[in-house]
Write a new protein. Structure first.
Length: 410
């Protein structure tokens, strides 16, 4: 095929063109779906803190968006009906995907940032040029089967087609603020759908306005063949099916990833609140799992059980008790550590009632342990030193009173 800018020849000699309305609508839908997938991926790029994951999302997004743009263009070309048969150069058709993918990569790289500001215009230019380049490379792949096919472009309409892609791309990108649910109380999903539809019209609008700038002529007097050598319906089906499958899969993955991240965030918030609640307890709190390893404890528990070795999650109950006993922290174990430890472990595994332990420094701790089904053991240590001292003093006072009474009675 030869390509020229319009040279003033009689346009009444141009081949009559028409479009399959169903395929036109299909092409717009595919472009919009690909745009929605790209905007969803941009949201995941913003949300990820991993540079490796960011690169994967960028690559996946650029291939999805670029592939969707190309699929839209190819289906739109198949929607074009000429009175002569047309084939497509496979190599040139494949090459035409490159500008679309590169432009999509640049777009995603920029719009995935927290703020894009003045870069909106630059991205719009890149998208307009990328879509336009893909379009005209794809047009170059058209070939007449029996006769030379001449394609002529009207310069002003070519420029207008590029402006359509540029302006609509810019409008779609500026709608990004609608994705913020705080803005005017709008649902971010509707903002994303609106941006995707406008981006889809930017892609398809650039194509169809570019086609309006194109005139087709036969270049020689060879017999005209009207039947194409390929099955148009099959091509439409497989290109559409593949494009919809890939973009739908991309959207599904972004939804799953978003929910996983939200679940992780909710878990982190819940755990943080639990930590705050545990730390607010005035007594020593600890939780051991089914294998008697420490899961959680508060700072007060660490202070009470401090024996020189840091108490950290994963330590066994036996190790903590043995360390405390061997360091002389627990005075009850002075008469025999192993015997005391065996009795303490038995009491821990089959807790029945609260008991008191005597600590170094003449401190007294009331211990309350409870087994929780399918979880482990929860324990509370309460410092009752003052209460114990009062109890001892009261006992002494009672004993002295009884002694004095006995002396008096004699």
């Amino acid at each position: 095929m030869n390509h020229y800018f319009y040279d003033g020849r009689d346009l009444s000699l141009a081949l009559t063109t028409r479009y399959d309305a169903g395929l036109v609508l299909l092409s717009i839908a595919i472009a919009s779906l690909a745009s929605y997938a790209a905007l969803s991926i941009a949201g995941r790029i913003r949300a990820t803190g991993s540079s490796n994951k960011r690169r994967v999302w960028l690559l996946a997004g650029s291939l999805t968006m670029g592939g969707g743009i190309w699929a839209m263009h190819f289906i739109a070309m198949l929607a074009l009906k000429l009175p002569i048969a047309v084939n497509y150069d496979v190599f040139i058709t494949i090459i035409s995907t490159v500008p679309a993918v590169l432009a999509s990569y640049v777009m995603l790289e920029v719009i995935s940032r927290p703020k894009i500001g003045k870069l909106t215009f630059l991205v719009s230019v890149v998208m307009g040029v990328g879509i336009g380049t893909m379009h005209y490379i794809g047009m170059a792949a058209m070939q007449g089967i029996s006769s030379q096919l001449v394609m002529m472009f009207e310069p002003r309409l070519v420029v207008a087609s590029l402006l359509v892609g540029l302006v609509l791309s810019g409008v779609a990108l500026t709608i990004d603020f609608l994705l913020d649910p705080k803005t005017k109380g709008l649902n971010p999903i509707w903002g994303k759908i609106g941006a995707a539809l406008i981006m889809g019209f930017a892609v398809s609008g650039m194509h169809y306005s570019g086609m309006a700038a194109t005139y087709f002529f036969t270049g020689d007097s060879s017999p005209i063949v009207t039947e194409s050598s390929f099955n148009t319906s099959a091509l439409v089906f497989w290109v559409s099916f593949t494009s919809v499958l890939i973009t739908s899969l991309a959207i599904f993955i972004t939804i799953v990833d978003s929910r996983i991240q939200q679940a992780a965030l909710d878990e982190a918030v819940s755990r943080s609140r639990m930590r705050e609640a545990i730390e607010s307890i005035a007594d020593g709190f600890c939780l051991f799992d089914m294998e008697d390893r420490l899961v959680e404890c508060n700072q007060r528990y660490r202070e009470i059980m401090s024996f020189g070795t840091p108490i950290v999650p994963g330590m066994s109950f036996d190790a903590i008790m043995r360390g405390a006993a061997e360091s002389g922290l627990i005075l009850d174990a002075e008469d025999g550590i192993e015997q005391w430890l065996a009795e303490r472990m038995l009491r821990h595994r089959t807790p029945r009632e609260n008991f008191v332990e005597h600590f170094k420094g003449d401190r007294w701790m009331r211990v309350s342990e409870r087994r929780v089904w399918n979880t482990g053991t929860v324990a509370i240590r309460t410092d009752i030193t003052e209460l114990k001292k009062t109890e001892i003093e009261l006992s002494k006072a009672i004993a002295e009173a009884q002694k004095a009474r006995a002396v008096a009675e004699e």
